[in-house]
Design a protein around this ligand. Structure first.
Ligand SMILES: NC(=O)c1ccc[n+]([C@@H]2O[C@H](COP(=O)([O-])OP(=O)(O)OC[C@H]3O[C@@H](n4cnc5c(N)ncnc54)[C@H](O)[C@@H]3O)[C@@H](O)[C@H]2O)c1
Ligand SMILES: [Zn+2]
Length: 372
């Protein structure tokens, strides 16, 4: 079993266990990490049907009592109202502070269940069992948990590190191809910003990964988690370094917002965002053409988009400005001088950004084609 530790040098240290088939070991792994005896398994019907019984059986045979709580599928379920409803069900079961939560699902379930764990009686233990690629490589690592507010995503949240992450790559076989590719965007991002060797390996391993060969897939997941873990360990609450994980995200978020979260999956949007960031680096003399070409090549190879759908430059620019103020500080850009390195740049010229947006978005108008 491949184990990646996330280390803060205190009691919050926790292992991410990556191994095909390890869902069956959930109970025995939990035994080594959890104080209490009562588990609240949070999931939604589709995932529960696929993997719930295996998870429950494993927990029960390790001596835990299991209560299952199913919530509706989809981003809307990441709400304060849903969190309150789960908490209500836990109170009804007389859950005390030794109860713990098992989040079985993608990032939506992980964020919601983690938020409940962070707030129920001021915090209880929780285990992540991420089932989507995005959740296995990104959202289950780093301890950010949240629900959405009507005015924006992830506005109500906390930092709570799980006690354990059990990542079973064989669960990805039931994930849709589109969701799988979207998760790959975050993996490729990690390699671009932090590990040239990993990027090189991805370039050669990608065909196997796309065929879901479990060996290659497991190595990729573990490596990607390790990269994010190293960043999070140095900057848990995003005071500085952790911001590099937002590579490609300003433009990506603007695209998601522009289409009201219905046009692109997150990974698809940040793929276009990374293509934009790469071009901006070239435009401003930060990197060479080859660095742009390699990024675009691997994104395309992964089946991800590197151009927009004709969104109007000015509308996207305006959304980016608001997003930057909220998330990154004014006029900060994360760019890659070369593969494996990311740096924060200030004072990038307005005209450079406009030129890049024009090239990447693919012209004015046209976006209506998506909905119409
Ligand atoms: N906490 C963090 O650091 C962090 C980081 C990135 C994203 N996020 C959050 O994660 C969420 C997105 O996560 P996501 O992309 O996993 O979305 P998701 O949880 O909605 O899952 C995507 C879809 O895939 C399905 N699915 C998941 N695993 C499956 C499997 N094994 N087989 C079949 N279907 C499966 C789900 O039912 C869902 O329909 C967003 O809410 C985002 O804000 C959080
Ligand atoms: Zn992301």
């Amino acid at each position: 079993m491949s184990t990646v530790w996330v280390r803060f040098g205190d009691a919050r240290d926790y292992p991410i266990m990556v191994e095909p088939g390890n869902l069956k070991l959930l109970g025995s792994l939990a035994r080594t990490r959890i104080r209490g005896k009562t588990a609240f398994l949070i999931s939604h019907a589709r995932i529960y049907r696929l993997y719930g019984r295996t998870a429950e059986k494993s927990l029960r045979s390790a001596g835990f009592t299991v209560h299952k709580i199913l919530v509706p599928e989809g981003e809307k379920t990441k709400s304060l109202a849903q969190a309150e409803s789960i908490i209500g069900r836990m109170i009804a079961r007389r859950a005390d502070r030794t109860a713990f939560i098992v989040a079985l699902g993608g990032g939506v379930i992980g964020d919601l269940a983690g938020f409940v764990a962070a707030t129920y009686m001021r915090g209880i233990e929780f285990i992540q069992v991420p089932t989507s690629l995005l959740a296995q490589v990104d959202s289950s690592v780093g301890g950010k948990v949240a629900v959405n507010h009507l005015r924006g995503k992830n506005l109500i949240g906390a930092f709570l590190q799980p006690r354990l992450v059990v990542s079973d790559p064989s669960m990805l076989k039931s994930l849709s191809r589109r969701q799988f590719r979207a998760g790959l965007a975050e993996v490729i991002k990690s390699a671009i910003i932090a590990d040239a060797g990993f990027f090189l390996d991805l370039e050669s391993e990608l065909p196997k990964i796309l065929r879901l060969e479990l060996g290659s897939l497991s190595r990729m997941i573990a490596r990607s988690c390790a990269l994010k873990a190293r960043v999070v360990e140095k900057d848990e609450t995003e005071q500085g370094l952790r911001a590099i994980l937002n590579y490609g995200h300003t433009l990506g978020h603007a695209l998601e917002t522009f289409h009201k979260y219905r046009g692109y999956l997150h990974g698809e949007a940040i793929s276009v965002g990374m293509a934009g960031a790469a071009r901006l680096a070239l435009e401003t003399g930060v990197c060479r053409q080859e660095t742009v070409d390699r990024q675009e090549r691997i994104l395309r190879q992964a089946g991800l988009p590197v151009r927009g759908r004709g969104e109007p430059v000015n509308a996207i620019w305006r959304i980016m400005q608001t997003d930057k103020k909220v998330r990154e500080g004014d006029n900060i850009y994360i760019l890659t001088p070369k593969i494996g390195h990311a740096r924060i740049f200030k004072k990038i010229g307005y005209f450079s950004v406009q030129r890049v947006l024009k090239a990447v978005l693919g012209g004015v108008g046209g976006w209506k084609n998506i909905h119409g």
